[in-house]
Design a protein around this ligand. Sequence first.
Ligand SMILES: [Zn+2]
Length: 421
Amino acid sequence: MLLRGGRVIDPSSGLDDECDVLIEDGRIAEIGRDLDGQEAFDCTGFLVVPGLIDLHVHGYQYATPLGIDVDHYCLGRGVTTAVDAGSAGASTLLGLRKYVIEKCSTRLLAFLNIAQHGLASAGCVQAGRGGELDSLNQVSTDACIDGISSNRDIVVGVKIRLAEDVADGGRNEVEAYRRAILAARNCGVPIMTHHAFSSIPVTGQSSEVLSCPGSLARGDIYTHCFHGFSSCIVDPHTGHIDSGVWEAKQRGVLFDIGHGMGSFNWTVAEICAKSGFWPDTVSTDLHTDSQAGPAYDLPTVMSKMLCVGMPLNEILRSVTSTPAFAIGWQDRIGSLKVGREADVTVLSLESCHLYIEDCQAQQRLLKQKFVPKAVWRAGRRGFLTEPEVLPNQDRVPELAKSWTNAVVRDAIAPITVTEDK
Ligand SMILES: [Zn+2]
């Protein structure tokens, strides 16, 4: 298969040129001008990039309330590798492997939840379903270490949600966090933290006090970095990014979007954009409550970052080489190097005029959007799908309710909230 005449961008090598990409036997065979191939796909006017990587999804469908159909929402939208963010814990990981990872066409990897049952009965934070850290009996460093050690081919790190209402009203947060850090350090893998409505501070008074991202080290991942609730990276009193967050970024902590249903706030994104604080990785946190908006899919979240001014090449880096590096897979994915497995995504960047919501129903005008045009996973063409409705106005009244809880937000409330009867 010859991908002919596109603008080929590979942030891992700095390549940005109009040329052809030849795929043979499932691998990238050659990149250059005027190549020959039996079958060609015309990429004129399109971007040809390494297969997109979504660092934060929930793909344990049917076994967890949040699990989505990975091939429909990931490969179908140009994502060749997705990383499940803690849907499974040590006790439930083998089900994720057998029933999802081995069955789907998307390459699916996983952060292992420090809770042994993962998100088997958990929903979004503040959804009242109970949480995975409600009992510390289920939070075992040893089980987590065993789970990682025996599944290195699929597990790339440890996941924890730091939020009072998934941790027995906050009583278990510190101890669970301590155990999760211990497991990650022991295995030499990163920890990914969700940190919102948490009793854990952003920065600690001393190194003995656990904080987030204060206690994170180089290579660890702070997801949901653009949420606007308490525990936000922007200090609501000053309106500036917390100094401890800047320090964390300087020491190499990675900041990840993890859009989801609650964690992308236009106001926070714009404050960060103005300060030149770009996320290291752009990801969706796709799950059953974000797939039909407000996250939709990775190209849509990338379009939102374009809207706040993130440069095109940085956006592409944040969904290819940086997430590959974050999970230690930089020698296998996230690049178009000759000889690599042919994971390739073709995107068009199209003009549009769409008012699109954040997680609090605040709206911004999208003038350009990424649209997947074709995708190859290990040289095999994948089927593309499309959002049914975009933007999905039906979600807006429900999302608008969370505007009240945001500590960083627009001065004016979003459009009218529909009252419950
Ligand atoms: Zn998540």
